[in-house]
Design a protein around this ligand. Structure first.
Ligand SMILES: Cc1ncc(COP(=O)(O)O)c(C=O)c1O
Length: 414
């Protein structure tokens, strides 16, 4: 058996795995063109201009219709979606345990109480049962994250939500272009949010986000919520309708996003192919396996979630992943070492100074000290790692990845 690189042997892969290279000449040219126009006219590139409108229209078409508002980040998108719903404070919003802090923080920032839903067993996404377990007369909205490009069970979740008339926000920040039962993810709920920061499937530059809805009246609210409550779509003479922040995107970013959006279907297609080849190559690999996605799911794989089976290995997951990394494979051993609701900000209630609000408000009728144990989520974190696949992986990368897994699983077989 070849010696593992982690023990001084020769790594399978000496060349680094390729960078995505997803931003190129086309993006540069559209930005340059905007600068040319700005310099010729003497007016700086702005926001809510033609580029942004075209980007939003193109994204709506990508979703099969509806309306899109471009915002400054995914976090801003979640804030805008919640703000647009004008939810009464000190009510409860159910939110997925495995998410980015930016997918959860807007909830208490709007004086709403986050109720943290465990994941479905064996995966990163919360499911209908975990959401149903948190319903109360105070439940006012649900925010469902689709992690790593894998769809959560939106059919089951929407059944629960519709039966109670509770609006659902799908956080698709990590799942651009994914589908479930042939339907684009994001179109099951009432509002969908996408982060378009530079690392996402398609990006609008450094930071950015999109908020989508099929309902025109909801879109009007979204537009107001992302721009200081401006009286968009209201009769002449109306003034800013509610307090909000300025969370607009801008035309430069939108121009980049528009080019990127054209590339998105090919990115997603290639990611699926890469995962299909890897899955074939990784059958019977002892202590690792590629989990099956939900029935009817067509994930878009922001990364590939992989299962580690400790009972089939002589080492723990951390040691195993270190050995993979030493062979040159881009892996993240712990997707979320700390889930957002176990972080200091949440545990110490650091949202509005030291007041403990929104939990501490006398107007909150639930249990302010409730702890969310989320056992499935913790098991999922302990028994999975992420492989950072992407569309620039060619046959060589796939072959090398398979070889690395073969080498390391053989060395560490139980
Ligand atoms: C599920 C989820 N929600 C929200 C966000 C926040 O997006 P942004 O970083 O664009 O603010 C992210 C970021 O990765 C995310 O993964």
């Amino acid at each position: 058996m070849k010696e593992l690189a982690v023990h001084g042997g020769v790594p399978v892969r000496t060349e680094p795995f390729p960078a995505r290279g997803h931003v190129g000449v086309e993006e540069k040219e559209v930005v340059a063109a905007l600068f040319e126009t700005a310099m010729a006219s003497g007016a700086a590139p702005g926001y809510n201009g033609e580029e942004e409108q075209a980007y939003c229209e193109a994204f709506s078409a990508f979703m099969g219709g509806g309306y899109t508002d471009a915002v400054s980040s995914g976090t801003a998108g979640v804030y805008v979606a919640l703000r647009a719903l004008e939810l009464e404070p000190f009510t409860e919003v159910i939110v997925s345990a495995v998410t980015d802090p930016g997918g959860m923080m807007p909830i208490p920032l709007l004086n709403l109480i986050p109720m943290v839903a465990d994941t479905a067993p064996g995966c990163y996404n919360s499911g209908p049962d975990q959401i149903a377990a948190l319903l109360s007369p105070r439940t006012i909205a649900i925010v469902v994250a689709h992690i790593g490009g894998e769809p959560a069970d939106m059919v089951g979740i929407m059944e629960i939500a519709r039966s109670r008339g509770i609006p659902v926000i799908e956080d698709c920040s990590q799942s651009h272009g994914a589908r479930l039962h042939g339907q684009p993810l994001g179109t099951f709920g009432d509002i969908a949010v996408f982060s378009t920061m530079f690392g996402k499937h398609h990006s609008s530059g450094g930071q950015g986000g999109l908020v989508w809805t099929r309902e025109e009246t909801c879109y009007h609210q979204l537009r107001r919520a992302s721009d200081r409550g401006k009286p968009f779509f209201l009769p002449e003479g109306a003034t800013n309708v509610f307090a909000s922040l300025n969370l607009n995107l801008n035309d430069l970013a939108a121009a980049i996003g528009r080019v990127q959006l054209r590339k998105l279907p090919a990115f997603v297609q290639r990611r699926r192919e890469v995962v299909a080849r890897l899955t074939e190559g990784l059958e019977d690999q002892g202590c690792v396996s590629v989990p099956r996605p939900l029935d009817g799911a067509e994930p878009s794989y922001w990364f590939l979630r992989m299962r580690f089976h400790p009972e089939r290995s002589s080492v723990d997951k951390a040691t195993f992943c270190q050995a993979l990394s030493a062979e040159g494979l881009p892996v993240t051993a712990d997707y979320r070492a700390a889930l957002p609701h176990t972080m200091d900000w949440f545990v110490n209630r650091r949202v509005f100074g030291r007041s403990g609000y929104p939990w501490a408000s006398p107007d909150y009728r639930g249990a302010p000290d409730r702890v969310f144990l989320c056992p499935n989520a913790h098991v999922a974190m302990e028994t999975h790692f992420n492989l950072q696949i992407h569309e620039a992986w060619a046959a060589q990368e796939i072959a090398d990845a398979v070889m690395i897994f073969q080498k390391v699983t053989a060395a560490y077989a139980a």
